[in-house]
Ligand binder design. Structure first.
Ligand code: GLC
Length: 427
């Protein structure tokens, strides 16, 4: 990947931890699985889905609360679904009536989000679905995902995809011009022939970059960012979903490139009243550390309910994560691959001359860091600042020729069960 992209995406990458917010009409049916895909999964027609539009009234929506929660959790950027696959717009688009301002809530929900998150110093991102199951010119009959796929009535002889493109480009222009500087634009997604220039991607991204040259864009519009010189529209970072790749995301020559794993907190992106399969704070922290240790980010999802409230359980987990981040955030923000082998007791992250040992599984008084060729200035425990001894054992000469650093932690039974971080300052 070229240096221009790497430079552009750097402010997002050093932040490491973000909040993904999937919110829309699908919070009302709150399906047990694949919540925001309800229209596709259950083949719900526009007419059947209309009820949710008619009653959408999230009166408890208070994005200041969301932004506070994100901040408290240590999240430094956020991405909200301005429009998901169902085509419903949370923003006041001039190009459609299918928007929040025409529902009972009667407000531009994107504007309030953008303002609230910016006020907390959080980078602001918007998700925009390339797919649109509401627009009359989006392919329906032959499309693999459209709710009306295979439905004869939706063969739509007069269908004009170019009209959809004009609409889609126009909406992106609105999002880029009407809400101040948007930091991240998260397109979703390409499939089969619906990729790259089918979306008139070069034209689209040119327009976007003319308005905002620095906006960071994901890689889901099409094109391949793993090649040396990706096509113009290929995006700035890789976007693995629901998994952390073994070696992060690398180009075809094996060099790490910017990436972000997106992950649900339970099993759904959109709100699901029945889905209680939440990850624990420990799971989240371990994932975040793993991403950072592999040079990547974690964007963790919340699915606010139909009243506009982030589920209590999510709030609880994020608050717990925040407690850990308060003390240990230094080992995450701005940190990356350490260049040291992954130890059996945890992970290692690094920020320049500082190495951070994430001790997740310790059962012994002395831990060994292998192939450590640096001169050590000081070693401390991050959560209380206390000094950790690295004295060589009396029998050090039996490991002659090995670059070993001994970390003495006889107090390991007092360690944070989730992850105790030991900070090594080198010279
Ligand atoms: C997917 C899904 C979607 C979700 C997204 C998040 O591609 O279609 O519902 O928004 O991934 O990464």
């Amino acid at each position: 990947m070229d240096e221009i992209r790497k430079k552009r995406v750097a402010p997002m990458m050093e932040r490491r931890f973000g909040m993904f917010i999937h919110w829309g009409l699908y919070a009302i049916p709150a399906r047990a699985s694949r919540s925001e895909w309800i229209r596709s999964v259950d083949k719900v027609s526009n007419e059947e889905y209309q009820l949710y539009f008619d009653i959408f009234n999230p009166t408890d929506y208070d994005p200041k609360k969301w932004a506070k929660l994100a901040k408290e959790a240590g999240m430094k950027y956020a991405v909200l679904t301005a429009k998901h696959h169902d085509g419903f717009c949370l923003f006041d688009s001039k190009l459609t009536d299918y928007k929040a301002t025409n529902t009972p809530i009667g407000k531009d929900l994107v504007r309030e989000y953008v303002e609230a998150f910016r006020a907390e110093g959080i980078m602001v991102g918007l998700y925009y679905s390339l797919l649109d199951w509401h627009h009359p010119d989006y392919p329906a009959f032959g499309d693999p995902h459209h709710p009306m796929r295979g439905n004869e009535a939706y063969k739509r002889q007069g269908e004009h995809f170019e009209r959809y493109l004009e609409y889609m480009h126009g909406q992106i222009k609105e999002l880029m011009t009407n809400y101040g500087k948007i930091d991240i634009l998260w397109f979703d997604f390409h499939y089969n022939e619906m990729t790259g220039e089918k979306w008139e991607a070069t034209k689209l991204i040119k327009m976007v970059r003319e308005i905002n040259p620095d906006v960071i864009i994901d890689d889901r519009i099409g094109g391949d960012i793993k090649v040396k010189e990706p096509v113009y529209y290929a995006g700035d970072f890789g976007s693995p979903e629901q998994m952390i790749p073994a070696r992060g995301v690398c180009d075809y020559e094996g060099n790490s490139i910017p990436w972000e794993t997106c992950m649900t907190l339970n099993d759904n992106w959109g709100y699901s009243s029945k889905d209680t399969n939440y990850k624990s704070a420990k799971n989240v922290i371990h994932m975040l550390v793993e991403c950072a240790s592999k040079g990547g980010n974690l964007i963790l999802n919340v699915g606010p309910d139909a009243r506009g409230v982030i589920p209590e359980k999510s709030v609880k987990i994020l608050s717990e994560v925040g407690k850990w981040m308060d003390k240990n955030g230094e080992s995450i923000y701005g940190c990356t691959i350490s260049g040291l082998a992954k130890p059996e007791w945890g992970r290692i992250t690094r920020n320049g001359k500082f190495f951070y040992l994430h001790i997740m599984d310790c059962n012994t008084d002395t831990l060994v860091v292998e192939n450590f060729k640096y001169k050590v200035k000081a070693v401390t425990r991050l959560d209380d600042g206390s000094l950790i001894s690295t004295a060589d054992p009396w029998n050090r000469d039996s490991y002659e020729g090995e670059d070993l650093l001994f970390i003495h932690v006889p107090q390991f039974n007092t360690f944070d069960e989730i992850d105790t971080v030991i900070k090594i300052e080198t010279m």
